[in-house]
Design a protein around this ligand. Sequence first.
Ligand SMILES: Cc1cc2nc3c(=O)[nH]c(=O)nc-3n(C[C@H](O)[C@H](O)[C@H](O)COP(=O)(O)OP(=O)(O)OC[C@H]3O[C@@H](n4cnc5c(N)ncnc54)[C@H](O)[C@@H]3O)c2cc1C
Length: 242
Amino acid sequence: MSANSVTCSINSIEYYNQDTRRILLDVPPENDISFRAGQYLQMVLPHKKCPFSIANSPHLKNQIELHIRPTPDSEDSTAIEELLDNAREIEIEAPLGDCFMTSPPDNTLILVAASTGITQMKSIIEYLEPDGFKHPVHLYWGVVCDRDLYLASLCESWESKHSNFHFVPVVSEPDTSPNWAGRTGLVGVEALNDFEDVSDVTVYVSGGPGMVYATLDAFVERGMPQAGMHSDIFSFAPRPKS
Ligand SMILES: Cc1cc2nc3c(=O)[nH]c(=O)nc-3n(C[C@H](O)[C@H](O)[C@H](O)COP(=O)(O)OP(=O)(O)OC[C@H]3O[C@@H](n4cnc5c(N)ncnc54)[C@H](O)[C@@H]3O)c2cc1C
């Protein structure tokens, strides 16, 4: 399905923590932006379009949830923050992206998210959850410091409801989090360390290009077929051919 350009009204904006905001958009009923779990949209700014993963499941009709975290020293990010502070409506283009899920995988699912990359995984998990998790689902969420784990209680609630769902938060700079007693390190490396055999797994990865390609290389080196991993970055920021 090709992307539609739609003007959505802003239903609500709330802060999750010190910097990440949850934005709920109402899609006008006459507009069809049927999306799939894991897809993203582009927010249209006067000078460019910025991609944001849709955080809710497609089950929820005519509403879109976004989680937006400002990037320090970024003009685009400043423009987005100003828009969110002042606008009542936002123009979007959706749905976009070929990294989505249309049916549960028939093997172990490993979801690896960096920072706000958790949004894409939330959409996928909420899409799968009503039918339960037949095969194990492992969610790894990497953040710089423990304050960034703004959805920890939701992830923990999935874990306590489903014996097949496992949540592993990973802090990359533990010096910033003196009370953190959980896992530390790079999220892709920590995820891989937990699996002896990755020859038959389905992996979704969200984050910046450096993290995504490092995770791909590490999994492939350990025996995962390249086609086992999915990420928006593969089409959004293709690796230059060497
Ligand atoms: C497909 C895609 C989905 C994105 N979804 C979100 C989102 O849900 N919430 C959000 O705050 N930002 C998201 N981003 C980043 C967002 O588009 C930029 O932060 C924004 O456009 C401002 O641009 P920038 O140049 O300042 O940041 P960039 O330099 O483009 O990115 C800044 C931050 O965004 C992170 N980021 C990059 N790619 C992704 C990704 N695929 N998913 C999540 N984070 C990513 C990076 O790790 C980095 O920390 C997404 C980016 C892409 C490519």
